[in-house]
Design a binder for this molecule. Sequence first.
Ligand code: IPE
Ligand code: IPE
Ligand code: MG
Length: 240
Amino acid sequence: MEKKFENLPTHIAIIMDGNGRWAKERGLKRTEGHKVGAEVFRNICQYCAEIGVKHVTFYAFSTENWKRSKLEVTAIMNLFRRYLEEMQERYLENEEAGYRIRFLGSREGMPKDLLKMMDTVERKSADKTRININLAVNYGGRDEIVHSVRGIAEKVKAGLVSVDDIDENMISQGLFTAGQPDPDLIIRPSGEYRLSNYLLWQSAYAELYIDDVLWPDYTPADLDRAIEEYGRRNRRFGGV
Ligand code: IPE
Ligand code: IPE
Ligand code: MG
């Protein structure tokens, strides 16, 4: 595909929200919305790779989403399991597509079989460079910062780091996104004006784009609109 955008964000982060409302509008169960949402996730991944986005992060399940019914949580975990199985079954296709896949989030509370598959998928795709796809599962921005700070505290305790050495970079390096650029653009479909604990540290200077479309209806044309709007923003980073 030829170059489509003058100003393409290096890193786009998406909050995949609105599955439940989408299903309700149609008289379906919430889980049906998640099922369609998972398909949309696959399409948007592919589209991001096509237009040349280098990093894309999807919010799939938050540390707060465990509050939902057991039925809904299980359905979401099963969809995730299906995705991981597919990644392994279609290993050669993914190899060709050049997807590097990484998971952001806490391992605590996650089903063991999923953790094992996540490790395999990450390991097997680690040398791919076309696009880096992060899937935030059991992810919370505050939890992530606590995780980083604990790691630093351990190093201080062991005498490897002095308190004066602690800086922003050290905290960044302890996050799940260590070594990756911060998001340039955060997109939230479904019309909610909040971050819901998403990439709190990394979003410091991200451009925010709220869309009314519900995630299961989200299309590449919607992403195009967000990227075009991003291209018109004036990012100052505190300067003039
Ligand atoms: C996003 O859709 C998926 C998850 C949070 C797992 P929701 O399930 O939050 O959908 P709404 O917001 O209830 O419509
Ligand atoms: C954020 O959506 C989490 C994901 C999309 C995975 P929520 O639906 O959980 O957020 P709130 O509850 O509306 O803030
Ligand atoms: Mg929601």
